[in-house]
Design a protein around this ligand. Sequence first.
Ligand code: GLA
Length: 483
Amino acid sequence: MKNKAFLITLITILVIQTLLTGCAKSEGSGQNAAASWQTNTSESQTEEAVEETETDTDTVAEDTESTEITEEKEDETMNNTEIPALRDCVPEEMGGALIGCAVTYNELKDPKVFEILTTHFNAVTFGNELKPDCLFGYHNSACPGTEEAELNGETMIVPKLDFSRSEEMLDKIHEYNEANPDRQIKVRGHVLVWHSQTPEWFFHEDYIKTNDYVDKETMNKRLEWYIKTVLEHYTGPDSKYKDMFYGWDVVNEAISDNGGKLRTDAEKSEEKLSEDTHGSNSSWYHVYGSNEFIINAFKYANKYAPDDLMLFYNDYNETNLAKRNGIVELLKAIKENEGPKGEGTRISGMGMQGHYHMDDPSANEVEVSAKAYAEVVGTVQLTELDITASSDYDGSAKAKDEENEKLRKRYNVLYYTLRSLKNTQNVDITGITFWGTADHYSWLQSRSNVGGGNTSGLPQMPLLFDENYEPKPAFFVFAQTTG
Ligand code: GLA
């Protein structure tokens, strides 16, 4: 009973606060108009948010106790409450930062995901569809066929690309953008160069994976051709999609978890490199034996990308000390090679993936890392944010409530940290992207062992919307505004 009164009171406060502040509601916002979810949060964020603006990050990291509220209100206030749209709140709180989510081809076909995307987000990353394996038509075991292409005045033989899956997704968003010019959604290109989800045959003579690896010179041509063709296709002057992209992950995950060195071809020595399309080994490294492919990737991206397309390096475990140092060194190397189009590199920012756990990393580690990256490349974005469940989470209804509350507090601390970095510490954080929309679609569900967190294989609940597409308590952390 006490809990019920508590709940009602807090929701009332949330409603009043939202009405009083400048955060626009989802109602009337474009084609998909209002989100009609009822608020099901167990506690308003208002008091904590106010309280937290007066404390420092470290204090907030420890301060996870809820604020006591005693007033009571009537039940009706719970019904049919319009919820704010994240895209109207987060940019306001974060100096115009983008608020994004990842969606895959199948997820985008789910009308409820599409509604969440178009109501709440102004940026999107495709979960898989702009990765090399998809652009090669998922022909992972053998090259799908070749054709001729021109590169720097020379004719070369290249594998056939298949843009169809990504285009289907882009067309849908393009159509939405045309119909809703004031509520457009921007796209993050993800990713050009990655050791994973890149067919092994791409690195071998005649694109046959049982042949020898090609030499560096040949691989450079393939690298340049791939980056040129992909960037021109989506962002070139004749592309239907040219105005849709705000940035592109040029290189993903090139630093190893072991000591922050460059990821090599021997992360798992027992694995055969040529059968390791999803493993840890890097065939890029195998061909080059150095960071040259990374430097070259940023040179080619600079050469072929429009000047206003942001170019990112993106990595996970990015708050880990040794790995952070390794990433910083790499970013410096990319910066040192900066130069004009066609000659040098260009890098606009660091993508901190943000695949975090309930207890790790600390707010302080996030803060220190964001500052370290910003010091080298200026801009930082959170690009794949999600949070693995606590190690004792067992998936039961009771545990779920508790876990939701933990998640809310975890996101609260994290968001406070990001706002503090942006608004009071001058760290240029220009985007926050969640790796998914509703919990049941999260990539974490299919992982039996997610390092550092829940290793039981039980359901995960890392995102802002639950399996019924309802906003969770954690949603309201980001749907708040101080006006
Ligand atoms: C990495 C990649 C993403 C995605 C996620 C998990 O972080 O950058 O593209 O594969 O893992 O789904």
